[in-house]
Design a protein around this ligand. Sequence first.
Ligand code: BES
Ligand code: ZN
Length: 821
Amino acid sequence: MEITKTDRIFLSDYKPSDYKIDDVFLTFKLHPSKTIVISKMTIVPIKKSNLFLNGIKLKLKDVKINGSSSISLTKVHDEGISFEASDLPDKAFSIEITTEINPQANTSLEGLYLSNGMYCTQCEAEGFRKITYYLDRPDIMAKFKVRVESKHPTKLSNGNQIDEGEGWAVWDDPWPKPSYLFALVAGDLLSFDDYFVTRSGKEVVLKIWVRKEDINKCAFAMDALKRSMLWDEVNYGREYDLSIFQIVAVDDFNMGAMENKGLNIFNSKYVLASPETATDNDYKLIEGIIAHEYFHNWTGNRITCRDWFQLSLKEGLTVFRDQQFSADQRGSGIKRINDVIQLRNRQFEEDNGPLSHPVRPSEYKEINNFYTATIYEKGAELINMLHKLVGPKAYKETLDLYFERHDGEACTIEDWIKVFEDNNEIDLKQFKLWYEQAGTPIVTVQESFKNSQYTLKLKQTLNNKNNEPMLIPISVGLLNKKGEEVLETNLLTLSEREQEFTFNNIKTKPIPSILRDFSAPVIINYKTTDEQNAFLLQYDTNEFNKWEAGQKLARSSIIQTILEGKPIDGLFANSIKKVISNKSLEPGYKAVLLKLPTQDSLTDDLIKLGETPDPLEIHKALIKTEIGCAEILKDDFVKLFKELKTMNNQSSDMADSGKRDLHSALLKLNTYNDGGELAFSRYNQAKSMTDLQSAFISLMTTDFRKEIISKFYDTWKHDKLVIDKWFSLQSINCDPQYALESAIDLSMHQDFNYKNPNRFRSLIGSFCAGNPAGFHVISGKGYKFAADWIIKQDKINPQTAARLCAVFQSWKKYDKTRQNT
Ligand code: BES
Ligand code: ZN
């Protein structure tokens, strides 16, 4: 029996519960500081033992077992209440527990809390225990009925509303669910309504609940929701299973959004959008997150996790599904590139440091700190590999079997693997190591060519010597010297530590294109020349590898700039000019190709060369390279801008978003030639937030900076989400020399409110993660600034504080001076 929280929790300690809960009827008498919660449950004993119910910071008022007062039998502990086995009935019994909680004092934004006077809940992972005493673990699945009493007009919970009266409403969710999917909302809200007819002809009412003034910012989210519902029917055969689906937008929210059954709760940032206030990127994020939370209805809710070690079972799979969805909606090449940039930035970084852990960990201290890039992004990569290994058709059949076999259950990674083994008659014992072994494998490539035979020798190295070799799918294509593809994409499966793959009938020594589409989350160690990279940038047919080659070429040029002070490399400059004038490339893809490598990737390159990276030097080299690019493209700008002039300026129009991306990239470069004149005039004519933001960013390093910062503020000071951008864009784009000073000033601005997680992240998070040269400033004062804010935040909202700690993952890479303050 758990009485005090143990230090660490182990997967190997998992035991099924001795009690189950069949149904629960919750009554909430909402009050800002004294909310009464009455929970009436049917508990079924499975094995005679003491009963412990989780509960934190609850005021216990009353307990009744089978109708008779039992408070004297209840033992109260710090983190729950318990009952002796001998005091409990042997058969199913009812227990009614009354507690009092204080939503107004709840600054952790976990459990029941208030956001601008509106009641809302966040229960994943272990927030339900801050609402009432319960078996708060995901393998306890019960039917919930909820009565909400409040004077607020809007009163919502999961499922269908079955009854209402003056000051109360009753909701019923027919699907058994774990407590982490419970939700309640009460406030003065309006709903943006629509409907969806499922493929079997059922009509589903769709509602997005927002404040009155935001009602005209819901159309895009609604459209994304309907597209998600259709997509899941077409691609996974998954139909929605209630007659209503609701989304609520909340301003104070720790995360992006939450998949509560039938009542998703969203950070307002990922719902509200209008062309005037949201950028193309915001639209993309909204679409992806709406899809993600909706997809959880099957991968997470209908099939849930047995325990929190299995988190990637729902998160990895759902991220993979939302990635597939976005790729279908907007094009797969660019989507894959952006997903890999994010994976390398966050997950590779994590796996390379002290927080490295497997996709299915075997122990944890605080589950909230385990919602990591490894569980999410690497987890999604594992599904991507399975998809590649069995092929799309077998993948679909396997998922059908997964849903059929496990619907209504709380599952494990083993269950998931077994479905793939059974459906495809394969042994995935080796593949399962991906779930158990931490670290990023390195695959070293050696090639040889003789008598029309081309051989690739692949060797895998794992960061821990005791690790066993993994099963790694590696997509390879071969090109000849003329740039023709002599071997189309082939999937090699590397399963030994060292293995050779031979290709026959290859006439001349080919140029390999390795790890196409980033077929596995590994690091490829293969020395390539600048010439080879320039060649692949021009000829590779794989959009991902074409981009990758361009990045390598850029990195090589920038490293020369850092180490030898050389200006932009000639071959690189030439390639850029070719890319820009290539008529067969989409504008959006050109924008991606033009984007320079991240500060992090250059840092790692320098470390590999045995150099101590200096963030400011890297930054300077990046600027020098941009200046070089601007110079090279100087004569093309007029023509390029003219070509892009016909674009539609509305962010909600997806077709032209690539053109707008390219326009922004060019506008920034052009600033080096005209001092910002064009960007300034664009700012003044801007018709959408995409236009406005790209001009704003361009002007951050020009003499227009001060003027534009105050102009932006004056126009938008009434709109919270836009002012978040104002904080964030300044922090990221400020010259690193003044970035810390500027961040400190901004932290004293009247609109800076660290209690709102979005505002906190828009200043502190953006500065630390988005302005590396400013954050890692030599004095070490950037670290102190971050640490002070993390400590302050930790006192009110530990989850938001903890998430910011990730910015400290990289500080060991730099020299000692910065660390010693
Ligand atoms: N289930 C999570 C939300 C969550 C995360 C609750 C951590 C409690 C702790 C949700 O499905 C999710 O993954 N949200 C992501 C966005 C998503 C698109 C990856 C988030 O909030 O960042
Ligand atoms: Zn999720």
